[in-house]
Design a binder for this molecule. Sequence first.
Ligand code: ZN
Length: 235
Amino acid sequence: MESVKRNSIRGFPLQFFDFISPRFCSSCEKKLEIDQKVLCDDCLSNLAHVNNELLNSEYIKKFASEKLIEEIFVPFNFIKEGTIQNLIHDLKYNSKFQSGIFLGELIFLNGIEVISKWKIDLIIPVPLHRLKKAERGYNQAEFIAKGIRRKSGIDLRTNSVKRTRFTQSQTKLDLVDRRKNMEGAFIVKNKKSIKQKNILLVDDVMTTGATISECARVLKKFGANKIYAVSVGLA
Ligand SMILES: [Zn+2]
């Protein structure tokens, strides 16, 4: 796996920063080496990957009937109490933005072959409603999207789509009701920015896909070309 190596920050060798402020693995709390970020190599290699078969069957289950989403890529299984769940929790509830950026980088590095074929013009994190964003202080998906931008160099926009409806929790709804629950949840704010663009939608966890589908429906309605979706974990 590619990793960006820096030897110094403003002329100080990295060892210096590691010495004054050691960093620890977010999962096992072992001290990180200079070239490691967020997770140590052991925890990184123990992550549960989604295989192609599962990815295909999930695509069919969640997106094939509507065809709003061309293809999806999700690198990891979202296992209860697992490393990925803990990192997403850190990002969502403990303001650990570095975890989000790291997860975004992992999405791109694990999916580089697939994602490169999609010819993406624009990365758009699935927006949160402003009340939800105000409550949390930020949209966690934006940090994951930033990690993808950092590795891919693709443009990122957070002001093209807005979430207009505060949707109720979807956990107790079935698939049909979830779709209904999402109807009219998004509006396109900046039509020019999405016109004819191939767009990569980014979210933290992919559950039913109802949110992603509804966001894609609105983007396509206002002129986007092809919509693809990625998330960190598959629930
Ligand atoms: Zn570790």
